[in-house]
Design a binder for this molecule. Sequence first.
Ligand code: CTP
Ligand code: MG
Ligand code: K
Length: 185
Amino acid sequence: MIDLIILAVWLMLPAYIANPAAALLGGGRPIDMGKNFTDNKRILGDGKTIRGFVLGSFCGTMVGILQILLAPSIAPYLQGYVSEGMLTHASYVALLTMPVGALLGDMVKSFFKRRLGFERGAMMPVADQLDFVLGAWALTYFLDGAWFTANFSPAIILTVLLITPVLHLATNFIGFKIGRKDVPW
Ligand code: CTP
Ligand code: MG
Ligand code: K
């Protein structure tokens, strides 16, 4: 089981990094330029900024590049935990699609949150925790389906769906404690 968790975190890391990086480094001009949708509510809201999107994607991609560079030295320690070759079968497409897809998924969720009347930052259980996972998977599947299906077995997908909410809540709690988030979710 621990092997599944290690591999799930390893595969998801560029997407996982994108969110807290956007929270730490985001701010400034909102992506929706402050505009309202036809329902007179904000299209996305002030929580989705251009800087957060760009720097969050950048950090996720940088972490993915580090992973590719480190994989050969880490792989021997994980022998027996993850199947051979897993850590070293890199996708240069996924380096971008995992973090960018994660933040696109987060944006799509905010769009629907606003339509449903949730204020910026209001908690929407499940959607808040899995938005970026679904976004990362969708964009990656679309642009590098071969890599996606080779790595994301049903067991890994289930593991990611189970561990992500826990990891997400833990990260957000830290963000709240250090004063980067107004709410602990
Ligand atoms: N953030 C950003 N740009 C993004 C995504 C996030 O600047 N594209 C920053 C914002 O400061 C945001 C914080 O990260 O407030 C936390 O992100 P998230 O929880 O996704 O946003 P919320 O403020 O909760 O807004 P929403 O209700 O729309 O999800
Ligand atoms: Mg939030
Ligand atoms: K989020």
